[in-house]
Design a protein around this ligand. Structure first.
Ligand SMILES: [Zn+2]
Length: 289
């Protein structure tokens, strides 16, 4: 049986020229998708996140500060209309990806800058936590949601917002000491700080085991784990490609809707922005296959 083409959320508002990878690389990934490099994939513009939605995951005062204080610093740069529009569009993309996946089984958004954002503050280039918004959106229709965070860094913001939520499972495989959190419920939480690159995929399997019972998967597909994209020496492109295939295969075997976010991926290791975009395209390809 053939499945409908993968729909991925993106609008030109996501990207702000001249800013860091978090708000610039999506444009290149979208360009690669439009050229057909990921197979049959449709791009669709999401509705921006609303104040009401943001107040479900963040303190009202923090939301107000971000939306209205023109002197504010927005994690990736000083307040500006294009930057705010980028944050709102890419946060909204996560909600629309959930709606699409609930209909057609899978989706994604070219969003980055999500998982470090806490209930009452931004952190680590993340202003609003689109993963948390996506989880709450999915819970309107399913009983349990899993967030698999394979970014190089831990999703301390996601834990801050949803760690206590009984229907949300969190699995986090980190290779960096930036940001962290401690599991408070061994049935719903998995956290590992990887020490040896050869053990990486085994840890990913352990993370998936924790998510065994979830009805919906949100995958934070950071490429900054890769040794040349800011990650851990010894985590090769081959390992990353296997990881992407495995996550998709796992979700499909369980017949659960699944979505991805781009998450981290940087030029720090010597890559060009084009090469970073090509890495992220591997996630899109795995979802589209
Ligand atoms: Zn990261």
């Amino acid at each position: 049986m053939s499945q409908p083409p993968l729909t991925v959320f993106y609008s030109p508002a996501y990207a702000v020229d001249g800013k860091m990878e978090t708000v610039s690389k999506s444009k290149l990934v979208a360009g690669l998708i439009e050229s057909g490099a990921a197979g049959e994939v449709r791009l669709e513009a999401p509705k921006p996140a609303t104040r009401r939605e943001l107040e479900l995951i963040h303190e009202a005062e923090y939301v107000r500060h971000t939306l209205e204080d023109k002197g504010a610093f927005l994690e990736v740069g000083p307040w500006s209309r294009p930057l705010l529009d980028s944050i709102l569009a890419s946060t909204g993309g996560m909600r629309d990806a959930v709606k699409e996946a609930l209909k057609n089984g899978r989706s994604g958004s070219l969003s980055s800058g999500l998982h470090h954002a806490r209930r009452n503050s931004g952190n680590g280039f993340c202003q609003f936590n689109g993963l948390a918004l996506a989880a709450l959106e999915a819970l309107k229709k399913v009983k349990t949601v899993g967030i698999l965070d394979l970014d190089a860094h831990a999703g301390g913001g996601t834990f801050d917002i949803l760690g206590d939520h009984p229907q949300v499972y969190l699995a986090d495989v980190t290779v960096s000491s930036f940001d962290s959190w401690e599991p408070t419920d061994k049935n719903r939480h998995f956290y590992v700080d990887v020490e040896k690159p050869k053990a990486y995929l085994g840890h990913v399997e352990d993370a998936l085991l924790t998510l065994e019972r979830v009805d919906f998967l949100i995958y934070n597909a950071g490429m900054d784990t890769y040794e040349k994209a800011g990650g851990m020496k010894g985590i090769t492109k081959e390992i990353i490609l296997q990881r992407e295939k495995r996550v998709v295969e796992w979700a499909r075997a369980r017949k659960i809707p699944h979505i991805f976010a781009l998450a981290g991926g940087y030029k720090w290791g010597g890559l060009t922005l084009e090469q970073v975009a090509e890495l992220h395209l591997e996630t899109v390809k795995a979802f589209a296959a």
